[in-house]
Design a binder for this molecule. Structure first.
Ligand code: HPA
Length: 241
């Protein structure tokens, strides 16, 4: 399945390959935990910069998991290399996000049907207008079905992929809120743009870790539980693609 052995940021371990679908949390430790908790016949396939990538079997089907790091430049690099050099067809981001809507609560899951952004990433494609980064509809539909089956509380709509976690502009969030944007994270838009350019498929789903409107936060244990549900949605989606 893999087409290259090594790129500037990924080096396949001996005998390693990426499955056609890669799940991408932001955090390398989380990637390792997911792999060890859910995958059988597990193999470490990449460890450049400690960004551990694993391939194993979920319900008998090959699935890979590798961290994206934080922010659009980081997921931009990893998704570009996976899509264009390692034969990966689908990337599902599994992250966390802060909500800016009152009707969305911590532990809920948000599916990024679209990803707005305050970054200039899109400008690098030299389009004469504004690109609208969107999820692959097929992947999104399957994921929503799987979320319903598990009885998850979820929302589908726009995310904001921001370049700043510690933003200085106090009017930014209220403006996005008025446009119905569900939650803020830092990666989806770049992933969607790279998928579009490479003619591949992507989806970003996030558990809500905190509310920027009510100040609600999750405990570490709550975060782990809601993450577990999202993981199962992502894995059940991956094996149907
Ligand atoms: N901003 C950006 N990314 C996030 C946030 C946030 O408030 N919460 C969780 N991920």
């Amino acid at each position: 399945m893999s087409e290259m052995k090594s790129t500037p940021h990924i080096k396949l371990e001996e005998g390693g390959y990426f499955a056609k679908t890669v799940l991408m949390p932001g955090d390398p430790l989380r990637s390792s935990k997911i792999a060890h908790d859910y995958l059988e016949d597990l193999k470490l396939v990449n460890n450049v910069r400690g960004v551990q990538g694993y391939t194993g079997l979920y319900k008998g089907e090959p699935v890979s998991v590798m961290a994206s790091g934080m922010g659009m430049p980081s997921i931009g690099i990893y998704s570009y290399e996976l899509f264009n050099f390692f034969g990966v067809e689908n990337i599902i981001r599994i992250g966390s996000a802060g909500t800016i809507q009152e009707n969305i609560h911590v532990r809920d899951i948000v599916f990024g049907q679209g990803a707005c952004t305050d970054s200039r990433y899109a400008e690098t494609f030299k389009l004469q207008g504004t690109f609208a980064p969107i999820a692959d509809f097929g992947v999104l539909s399957v994921a929503v079905e799987e979320a319903s089956k598990l009885g998850a509380t979820y929302h589908v709509g726009n995310l904001l992929s921001s370049d700043v976690f510690y933003g200085d502009n106090t009017t930014a969030n209220p403006a996005w809120q008025k446009m119905g944007v569900m939650a803020i994270e830092m990666e989806a838009a770049a992933l969607y743009m790279n998928a579009a350019r490479a003619k591949k498929k992507a989806l970003a789903m996030c558990t809500i870790s905190d509310s920027l409107v009510t100040g609600e936060v999750t405990t570490a244990e709550e975060r782990q539980n809601s993450f577990t549900q999202m993981m199962e949605i992502a894995l059940n989606t991956a094996i149907r693609l």
